[in-house]
Design a binder for this molecule. Structure first.
Ligand SMILES: Cc1ncc(COP(=O)(O)O)c(C=O)c1O
Length: 441
């Protein structure tokens, strides 16, 4: 083991994100390598990746096309200014991505993360409404339990209480519709729940309250991921689209998790056959290898900005690292890998095997619901009375000890393995989780 792989003995300086710092630092879990479906830990163990890192390593780890692409790019062009300058791979990547989206989503704005994609989409929505003479439309509507990253825009439209509670008043003029989780009617549903399309009618109430002329956009995750995997009820997303259309409101799908093959189609818009006006992405765009995000918008939206004197900047927005050469190279290498291995649709082939496997946990201790779609699975546990999150976190720790990586939010276990997973590895993941559920209190 090289010296760099030895766990540093001072863990203090790094303030870890979304982590129980003191608990972690008293018993650290260090990853020092990754290849295909496995991580390697600092004590030399292999851990099966049941979560594609953080829902991002869709092509698996250490994939040669991606590694080669970034190595070559670093030597050739390390950085190019993103404002008033370009480099060829940015345009090549935008064109290749646009070709993967349903019409009319054919323009791409590059960011560096999901949070930035969300901020960008919200800003484009507001600026677009103004651009078309609808400047009174300044309200943004999100959904309870929604996760849209951690920028002020994202936490404002987001609906996870812990992510909002301590950060002041956030954006003004934001409202939320109800989430769609309904265990009483939909527990243990395989795939899309039957009940709950009527939750979309909440949007009508919000519109009636504020008046449509004040609302710019609605943002939802097609499948709510970070809150613990809430699958949209049948017909729900189509209903949202119809209501938005009727009232001149833009619909934004946050596909940071569902984008790039997670549901067995390139994007959730394909899976549900509902086309939003804007799509936010990140994560799988580079298979997690280099930070990158992208916002897709319709030509109508793009063209609305392409007016006025040609020497004027049309949208006063962008990041130093928008379309960073290394990120573009990684994304092109990722698209090559996805295309050569058919990964953007592979989850469709595995979906029923995955569904059977995940639902086989139904009779395990503590399980009160199981949900799945594409290559996403969630197991909701009964919380320990008075100690919410503790049971699922114990499962996470036990799972790591037994060689599988799962993710937990609240008392929900979420799984979203790389799209290269084999049936035998699905058996291993779920089999080990079964043992974990039997072992924990
Ligand atoms: C739906 C959704 N939007 C936005 C984000 C934020 O992405 P990032 O952590 O890259 O800022 C996430 C991250 O999990 C997400 O799931």
């Amino acid at each position: 083991m090289s010296e760099r792989n030895v766990a540093p003995n001072n863990l203090e300086a790094f303030w870890m994100p979304f982590t129980a710092n003191r608990q972690f630092k008293s018993n650290p879990r260090m990853l020092v390598g990754a290849q295909d479906m496995h991580y390697t830990t600092s004590d030399g163990r292999k851990v099966l990746d049941g979560t594609a890192g953080l829902w991002c390593c869709n092509a698996g780890h250490g994939r040669p096309k991606i590694v080669e692409a970034i190595q070559k790019q670093a030597a050739e062009l390390d950085y190019a200014p993103a404002f008033q300058m370009g480099h060829p791979k940015a345009f090549e990547l935008a064109a290749r991505l646009a070709a993967k989206l349903p019409k009319p989503l054919d323009h791409v704005f590059f960011t560096n993360s999901g949070s930035e994609s969300v901020d960008t989409a919200l800003k484009i929505a507001l600026a677009y409404q103004r651009q078309i003479g609808q400047g009174t439309r300044t309200r943004l509507i999100g959904r309870e339990r929604g996760y849209h990253g951690v920028g002020f825009g994202g936490i404002s439209v987001g609906g996870i209480v812990a992510n909002r509670r301590t950060f002041g008043t956030m954006l003004t003029g934001v409202d939320h519709i109800r989430h769609t989780h309904d265990i009483a009617r939909n527990a243990f549903t395989r795939g899309e729940p039957e009940h709950g399309a009527e939750f979309a009618d909440d949007l009508i109430s919000v519109i009636n309250l504020h008046d449509p002329s004040t609302i710019a956009a609605v943002i939802v995750e097609p499948v709510a991921g970070s809150t613990g995997v809430l699958i949209p009820p049948k017909g729900y997303l189509r209903k949202l689209r119809e209501i938005c259309d009727k009232h001149g409101i833009l619909l934004i799908f946050d596909e940071v998790i569902t984008g790039f093959g997670r549901l067995g189609t390139p994007f959730a818009t394909d899976y549900f056959d509902v086309v939003p006006d804007l799509i936010t992405t990140a994560k799988g765009i580079t298979s997690g290898v280099v930070p990158m995000g992208a916002v897709f918008c319709s030509s109508d939206i793009y063209n609305a900005f392409m007016t006025g004197p040609e020497n004027m900047i049309e949208l006063f927005h962008g990041y130093t690292y928008s379309a960073h050469p290394l990120a573009c190279a990684a994304a092109l290498g990722t698209l090559d890998t996805y295309e050569e291995e058919g990964l953007l649709t592979r989850a469709a082939d595995l979906a029923s095997y995955w569904e059977d496997a995940v639902h086989s946990l139904k009779d395990c201790p503590h399980v009160i619901d199981i949900r799945n779609l594409g290559l996403i699975g969630a197991v909701e546990l009964e919380p320990i009375a008075g100690q919410p999150t503790k049971r699922a976190f114990s499962a996470f720790l036990e799972a790591y000890e037994r060689g599988i990586m799962i993710r937990t939010t609240g008392d929900i276990i979420a799984m979203s393995p790389p799209l290269i997973i084999s049936e035998a590895q699905i058996d291993e993941l779920i089999g080990t989780l079964r043992d974990v559920l039997k072992a924990i209190d």
